[in-house]
Structures are given as structure tokens and as C-alpha cells.
Ligand binder design. Structure first.
Ligand code: AMP
Length: 141
């Protein structure tokens, strides 16, 4: 059910890089590599969980609490007009990486979101965006 070779498991093990914005004993948050908008961030649990149905409730509670913290940082850093929180289960629903994650997607008036999981962003730009969110989190915490 849970594939330990999924890309987010590799990020958690430090085997591939990510533009990290927040980390606790329970969660890791980093920039989406193919962002639908500037500031698109993902929050994942450190426990192995394929999807929303595959995680123990206390770990899920830690994940959603952290998602709220990180979303506040994204809001302060990017000042979007709105923020979408999204989570997909199984390919039919749009899931492409099989380690549970919440998307934090800033939405800007008059600007359409880019396609899901389509175009890689410049890693240097993602690093800059991560720094902006980290700085915002430091001032709010
Ligand atoms: P989902 O379709 O909900 O499973 O979303 C997976 C998300 O992971 C997509 O938005 C992808 O752009 C993103 N993604 C895929 N590979 C990476 C990666 N190596 N680092 C960061 N984000 C990634």
C-alpha cells in the first residue's frame, strides 16, 4: 500500500533536495516543485501514510495544525487574495504522489492557476520563495 520509494519519502530521507520552509518532529513543509501559483507549498507528515485514510488521527491532527501554521506564513509572505487548501486521494481524484500531503495554493485575483503537476519551477526561485515564507513564519511565531 505505502511505497517507501515515493518522491516525498525520498525528500524526508534527504535523498533528493527540496526548498524547505518548516519542519517539526511530526511534519515537513516545502515548496511544490511544479507550483500552480507563486508560494504553492506542500505539508507532509513524517509518518508513512499513503493518503487521508491511511493515517492515525493524532498524526493527522498534527498535520492539519501545521498546515494552518504554514498557510499563515504563506499568507503573510505572498499576500494572496485567497488561499486554497487541497488534498487528493488516489489517481481518480488527482493524486500523483502517494505520500499524504496538503497543498497550500495562493490564489490571486484575475490570475488563473497554472496546471497541476505540469511545469518545473526554477529551483533558485523556489529557494527564494521558501526564504520569504520562513521569514514570515519567524515574525508570526
Ligand atoms: P498530488 O497530485 O496531490 O499527489 O500532488 C503532488 C504534488 O507534488 C504536485 O503538485 C507536484 O507538483 C509536486 N511534486 C512532485 N514532485 C515534487 C518534488 N520532487 N518536490 C516538490 N514537489 C513535487
Amino acid at each position: 500500500m505505502y511505497d517507501t520509494n515515493n518522491i516525498f519519502a525520498k525528500i524526508l530521507r534527504g535523498e533528493i533536495p527540496a526548498a524547505k520552509v518548516h519542519e517539526t518532529e511530526h511534519v515537513l513543509a516545502f515548496m511544490d516543485a511544479m507550483p500552480q501559483s507563486d508560494g504553492h507549498t506542500l505539508v507532509i507528515p513524517k509518518v508513512q501514510a499513503r493518503n487521508f485514510f491511511d493515517i492515525e488521527p493524532n498524526a493527522l491532527a498534527e498535520l492539519i495544525k501545521a498546515t494552518q501554521v504554514v498557510a499563515r506564513g504563506v499568507k503573510d509572505a505572498f499576500k494572496p487574495d485567497g488561499i486554497r487548501i487541497a488534498q487528493f486521494n488516489e489517481p481518480a481524484a488527482g493524486q500523483t504522489v502517494f505520500h499524504l500531503h496538503f497543498h497550500i495554493i495562493p490564489c490571486y485575483e484575475g490570475k488563473a492557476l497554472r496546471a497541476h503537476s505540469r511545469e518545473m519551477a526554477d529551483p533558485a526561485l523556489l529557494a527564494q520563495h521558501a526564504e520569504r515564507i520562513k521569514a514570515a513564519l519567524q515574525t508570526t511565531s
